[in-house]
Design a protein around this ligand. Sequence first.
Ligand code: GDP
Ligand code: ZN
Length: 292
Amino acid sequence: MTGLIVKALSGFYYVDCGGDIIQCKPRGKFRYEKVSPLVGDRVDITPTEPGKGRLDTIHPRKNQFQRPAVANMDQMILIASQAIPVTDPFLIDRVAAIAELKDCEPIVVINKCDLNPAEELFQRYQATGIRTMRVSAETGEGLEELAACLHGKISVFTGNSGVGKSSLLNALDEQFQIETGEISKKLGRGRHTTRHVELFRLEGDAIIADTPGFSAFDNEKGGEPLDKDTLDRSFREFRPYLGQCRFIGCAHIKEKGCAVLAAVKAGDIPKSRHRSYVRLYELAKENKPWEK
Ligand code: GDP
Ligand code: ZN
């Protein structure tokens, strides 16, 4: 049988096989080969007894992330807010760059538009070509567009705490509300204390990875390492200019004849996006190759 790992807990993998959740133990060879199955993996399993099985093989992955440990994410939903809290655009740019690097579509969702319409932030991301939408979990504004964008995909929700990730999931699916409540109750101190990732199926055909406190958003250096040599491709509005700089290997920081800098100057690339790029480039320079 083939299924999708929706949860990993205490050495067991919970595999969704057409709606039935089978608790699986991995075959010994995984430990031997130092391969860890991940939430989001498509896997083949062999049933052993009712509700239980053995995990035999992992299908090839489209992508994988370390923090949170998930695989095969189609899109990264970057929840931001310009009310309380105000999301630092640099964090959005960094997580979006990580997503682009891994061929995971970043989508910027600005929540709490009932409190602040976030015109400036909206324009900024519109200008990059990253899909951007404005929503309100409170009034329901924009939720149809968000639901449509989640349909048929596996999406990972990220954002700094308090932006409204849970509120949005609850607003998208009443069922989810119950589940979130139960999980919080079971853990006693609420969902922010847990680190485990789980996939949820929303009404319709959308799968969501809810990752409490995605570390990449919560501090400047956390999350996945970025590579300075491929960073420029992770800024999608830079792409039309790559290869047009005077020098091969141009870092687009302050080089003469740089096509990216010319585009920034001409207003075709948002200045603040380029500032984020420079900051990420400096951080990526500190990454030691052996840490990758
Ligand atoms: P999370 O930490 O990202 O999961 O954020 P929560 O969903 O817990 O929301 C944090 C707070 O913001 C709660 O008090 C919510 O009621 C509130 N909130 C969430 N979305 C909205 C919104 O669209 N508008 C307003 N006014 N408040 C919101
Ligand atoms: Zn350049």
